[in-house]
Write a new protein. Structure first.
Lengths: 642, 148
């Protein structure tokens, strides 16, 4: 027994992972079914997933899960055979089952044990299905049940009697062959035919599966001929096949052989670490090669190899956003239902890939934005009609890659932000300097922490709850978020994320005696500036760049560099953060190179202004500036002082 | 119960850290400043390919800070957080019976009592055993004040 337990434990992670896939399948197809209740393919897909789930959980010994799956399977079987019809109650019932599966999995993951399903909960779920079941009964169909007893079966006559009694207790046993009266006196019995009515096939199965010992049995609607293969079910789990020819066709479709393996993510992380070390070493060799020209060819080759290797490792870590987006249709459905709104979720670009570490952390902010869009953005049906909009609101999730950034947009066609209220509120909180802000600047104020507690704004304009939290978590990933809104037309949140957090292209800049890295993804252009070019407008220093005003900031001031004296010729790095441009003044530009991001696992709040650290070829540590955070800190301070 | 401690010196006092929390002791390493961090964060250094923060232990304990030429860095690992701390010099590793450690230091030791796990006598000198978790736990509010 102990050995068996150990074996099962080894399979637990695989079981959890595959079951999650199956649950996702079920959930996706339920949503399809909700759109079109005649979608046979969706029913078949659900059936397959439920069936696999039942088999696997039974093998793992999780009887509660398999029992639940069994119930679902029976019901689906009726649907497949037109004995029951898909109703919204039924779909909700299935969603309850899905929830229960998920709860079981979570419990398995946390404690290694499935949790107990209470009787009431079980009944509650079953109640959703009671309606179609009665329908099936009302038709009073009769079935032919054929039971086969194995050659080695002891006392088949007695077993046959037990079966007959059991069938009679649940339904009506019309007739048997051989006749019931003759059973006790028979010498041998290998097949018993029973015609039953007032009993559903799954009730028969419930009686026979795990009941008396029989070899196998078949059940079919009576009067349909006597070929047993139409509805065959045997006791050995491997042989339990979903009935019908259609399922075998689509089954081969969904089981296209894929050349993939599952790899522990820790191993991927280790590989990445090693490649990172290699990149650092390569950089130091490149420096050496400038002194020793003999090395140049070899180093060049090494450079190409490491960058290929790096690309592949990065790709291995990339997973499609689908992994996160998958759960949203269900969430949107539930949220919309609970608010009594009609909402259609459109998803585009779910195949866009991002680094695994980013994927893990992007889900929560997206959930937040989607909830906000449904709760506050989309209007009630009556309001929408009175505004001449379609009854059903649209929330769309769009992902795409531009350069080395991934953009995710969450937009709705709802009422839009109430800019007047934001304006009033920001005055009240003294968030704005004297100048009249542009519309977009105003909209972006909703990300300030002050707004999250401003209750009346959230009530009226509907936005602002915890948006600072969303902004923080996105910035922690090295990304940025902006909002665009038009009254009565909707709101659009645009999130930009880096493709990866592990190795980036960086610009090495000098400031006093120190070297810092500016991620190249922020950099728009670089140039040279002389102190004479710098003008002061109000409290802001600016330069004119091709006839346009560019606000600038000195890096040494941002970083409080001690004993700093500006050189005669300065370097300008124009960075874009969010939708704004700003010029950062540094002493000199040193190099552009691959930067391996290393994180420090203590005192992260001290490192807020930095994406992380990196080690240069000479072994020294440099800090990587997080332009977003650095400049937003400045911004907030300016605003507070105004 | 006999426990081992790494003993080191800060100014004139002896301090001890549970040996299980000490990874290694290094000579002073080149440091990179972390802008906008509180004063006791000296910077970050490259420790065999990983970047670790280094704190000025004297400043952390609010002791008068004076850089010693023989200063060393003691690398500790507390709850998977790896941090370097500057010390004046290491003395030894000593075994101390746990019942020899006075739990509540009522004596005046010059440092905040919250950082002290206990005190013990070590060859007629006072040994202050540090509570490393406390030393490395920094109230975020204080940090924010420091930043402004």
């Amino acid at each position: 027994m102990i050995v068996e337990n150990l074996d099962l434990n080894a399979y637990l992670p695989i079981f959890i992972e595959e079951t999650r896939d199956n649950i996702q399948q079920i959930s996706d197809n339920l949503l399809r079914l909700e759109q079109d209740e005649k979608d046979i393919e969706a029913i078949n897909e659900i059936f397959r997933a439920v069936h696999t789930l039942k088999g696997m959980s039974a093998t793992m010994g999780y009887s509660e899960i398999s029992q639940l799956a069994h119930e679902a399977e029976n019901l689906l079987d009726e649907v497949r055979h037109n004995q029951a019809h898909i109703s919204s109650a039924m779909i909700t019932g299935f969603f309850h089952i899905v929830d229960e599966f998920e709860a079981q999995l979570n419990s398995l993951e946390e404690t290694g044990e499935p949790h107990k399903i209470t009787e009431e909960r079980f009944q509650e779920i079953l109640d959703f299905f009671s309606q179609p079941q009665e329908l099936a009964l009302a038709e009073e169909e009769s079935y032919l049940l054929e039971i086969f007893f194995g050659k080695d079966c002891l006392l088949p006559q007695a077993r046959a009697m037990i079966v007959c009694n059991q069938l009679n207790s649940v339904g009506k046993l019309l007739r048997t062959s051989p006749a019931q009266e003759l059973l006790p006196n028979l010498d041998k019995l290998d097949k018993l035919q029973c015609w039953v009515a007032g009993i559903r096939p799954e009730q028969v199965r419930a009686l026979l599966d795990g009941g008396v010992e029989i070899d196998y049995y078949t059940i079919e609607k009576s009067g349909q001929g006597h070929e047993p293969e139409a509805t065959q079910e045997t006791e050995t789990p491997e042989a339990v096949e979903p009935e019908g020819a259609d399922s075998s066709d689509s089954r081969s479709e969904s089981h296209v052989f894929r050349h993939t393996i599952r790899v522990d993510t820790d191993k991927l992380d280790q590989l990445l670490n090693l490649v990172s070390e290699l990149v650092i070493n390569k950089t130091s060799l490149q420096q050496a090669a400038t002194t020793y020209p003999l090395l140049a060819d070899g180093v060049e080759h090494l450079h190409r190899l490491t960058s290929d290797l790096q690309t592949i490792v990065m790709k291995m870590r990339m997973i499609p956003l689908e992994a996160v987006f998958n759960r949203f249709p269900r969430m949107v459905r539930d949220t919309a239902m609970s608010l009594d709104k009609l909402v259609n979720l459109e998803i585009h670009g779910a195949e866009t890939e991002l680094d695994r570490t980013i994927i893990d952390d992007i889900a929560d902010p997206l959930v937040h934005l989607l909830r906000n869009a449904i709760d506050h953005g989309i209007e009630s049906v009556e309001q929408r009609i009175s505004r001449g909009k379609p009854r059903t609101g649209t929330v769309s999730l769009r992902a795409y890659q531009t350069g080395n950034q991934v953009i995710i947009e969450v937009s709705d066609d709802g009422r839009g932000l109430d800019l007047e209220h934001i304006r009033a509120k920001s005055r009240e909180l003294h968030l704005l300097p004297g100048l009249e802000p542009e519309t977009n600047e105003l909209a972006n104020l909703i990300f300030l922490p002050g707004f999250s507690t401003a209750d009346n704004v959230t009530d009226l304009s509907g936005r602002g709850v915890g948006l600072d939290v969303v902004k923080n978590s996105i910035e922690a990933l090295g990304g940025s978020i902006d909002v665009y809104s038009r009254p009565n037309a909707g709101t659009n949140f645009k999130i930009s994320l880096p493709l990866t957090l592990a190795i980036i292209q960086g610009l090495l800049v000098k400031c006093g005696q120190e070297i810092y890295v500016i991620p190249l993804s922020y950099v728009e252009e670089t140039g040279i500036v002389f102190p004479g070019d710098i003008q002061t407008v109000g409290q802001q220093q600016i330069i004119m760049l091709r006839g346009k005003v560019l606000p600038i900031i000195f890096l040494n001031q941002l970083l409080k560099t001690e004993g700093y004296s500006a050189p005669e010729e300065l370097s300008l790095v124009v960075v874009r953060y969010g939708d704004r441009q700003i010029g950062i003044i540094v002493d000199d530009l040193l190099a552009q190179q691959d930067i391996v991001i290393k994180n420090v696992n203590w005192g992260e709040h001290f490192f807020r202004s930095f994406l992380g650290c990196s080690i240069l070829g000479d072994g020294s540590v440099v800090m990587i500036l997080d332009i977003n955070v650095l400049l937003s800190v400045v911004k907030v301070r300016e605003v507070n002082h105004a | 119960m006999l426990k081992q401690y790494v003993i080191f010196q800060l100014e004139d006092e002896l301090y001890g850290v549970d040996i299980h929390q000490v990874m290694r002791i290094e000579k002073m390493l080149p440091l990179t400043r972390v802008p906008n961090a509180p004063p006791f964060v000296m910077g970050v250094c490259n420790l065999r390919g990983s970047v670790i923060p280094v704190i000025d232990l004297k400043k952390r304990l609010a002791l008068p800070s004076r850089q010693d030429e023989n200063a060393k860095i003691i690398i500790v690992n507390v709850g998977k957080q790896v941090v370097g701390m500057t010390i004046d010099s290491t003395v030894d590793v000593s075994s101390i019976q746990s019942d020899e450690i006075e739990p509540s230091p009522t004596l005046v030791t010059g440092i905040d009592a919250q950082f002290i796990q206990g005190v013990a006598k070590l060859s007629n000198r006072l040994l202050i055993i540090l509570d490393m978790e406390r030393v490395l736990t920094v109230d975020q509010l204080n940090v924010l004040e420091n930043m402004d």
